[in-house]
Design a protein around this ligand. Structure first.
Ligand SMILES: [Zn+2]
Length: 316
């Protein structure tokens, strides 16, 4: 789809290209796809998350991190993406490398392409407080030097958002912007906790619809939901795109933007995601444009950078 787009929620490890993985492992591309792509309908989020151990296992060298990052940025450029915030959990890539080497390698890969992009570093649900704190310190070190914020990812139902209050208070005290995966495997309480911590965006957040109080809080605090329709179908929150609440949330005046979550695990491009929601939810081009404006406003860029990006969105 030729419309210009912004992607705020895409995981590096979940977007390892099957063709690249097949080269690294010396296997066929169809075998690579079988290993990396999740079923169109998983049992739940935990089932979907099992697909991440394999890509992470091969993303342990400077070279592989560089290649995965550059190939993702090139794919996004092909998708007419004009800006992306790419996320990953640095602690997952340190079997050989240091945290600094991990971030440097990914950044070099991203900067080898023409795509304007930045990194969000993920804290992981289930990791120790010490390990997650190291990621916050890493984000602070690279803040506005390629890293623009942090995130919390992983098994939401097993490790509730509330358990991470102290870590996000620490991040907030350092002035690090953050988004949090919430309202995906768990309900509105998880979203409200994330907003109370100071999250400016929510990864998914679609289950806000289960609570008027939560919807009111999202509006009052001007929070943007990073919606990932295909991923939500896979993790079994909704039966199909037709029953996805993206348009409903938009019509309620809530800030939403469209994202892939994981180009490979979810087997979807950003363009396909747009085509699917346009076909099934009858979104107009104007509505899709408005969602990109919302994405730019919710990005962790500076005021001037947002203005530049808006100009680019509006140019021919
Ligand atoms: Zn995600």
């Amino acid at each position: 789809m030729t419309i210009k787009k912004v992607e705020l929620h895409v995981h590096l490890d979940g977007s390892l290209k099957p063709s690249l993985y097949s080269k690294i492992k010396n296997i066929s591309e169809s075998d690579a796809k079988n290993i990396l792509i999740a079923k169109p309908k998983c049992h739940d989020l935990n089932d979907y998350l099992t697909k991440f151990s394999e890509p992470v296992s091969v993303m342990q060298s400077r070279e592989s991190l560089y290649l995965v990052a550059s190939s993702l940025c090139n794919d996004l450029l092909e998708d007419n993406c004009i800006y992306a915030e790419i996320r990953f959990a640095p602690n997952k890539h340190t079997s050989v490398l240091s945290l600094d080497e991990v971030v440097d390698s990914v950044l070099k890969g991203m900067r080898s392409t023409k795509l304007k992009s930045n990194i969000l570093l993920c804290l992981m649900r289930g990791d120790s407080k010490e390990d997650n704190k190291k990621v916050i310190d890493l984000a602070y070190k690279y803040l506005n030097k390629g890293v623009v914020g942090i995130d919390l990812a992983g098994a939401e139902k097993i490790y509730p958002t509330r358990d991470y209050e102290e870590l996000f208070a620490y991040a907030a005290s350092q002035g690090i912007p953050f988004t949090i995966h919430a309202g995906e495997a768990s309900g509105p309480r998880s979203i409200m906790d994330a907003i109370e911590f100071g999250a400016k965006r929510i990864g998914h957040g679609v289950r806000a619809l289960e609570s008027q109080e939560c919807l009111n809080l999202i509006k009052e605090k001007n929070i943007t939901l990073e919606v990932c329709p295909t991923s939500n179908i896979q993790t079994n929150i909704y039966d199909d795109i037709k029953s996805h609440p993206l348009k409903k949330l938009y019509d309620m005046g809530i800030n939403v933007c469209i994202n892939t979550d994981n180009r490979t695990v979810s087997n979807v491009t950003l363009s396909q995601e747009y085509v699917n929601v346009q076909r099934e939810l009858l979104l107009t081009n104007e509505e899709l444009y408005n969602m990109n404006v919302m994405a730019i406003e919710a990005s962790f860029l500076s005021f001037n950078e947002k203005q530049e990006l808006l100009n680019e969105l509006n140019s021919e």
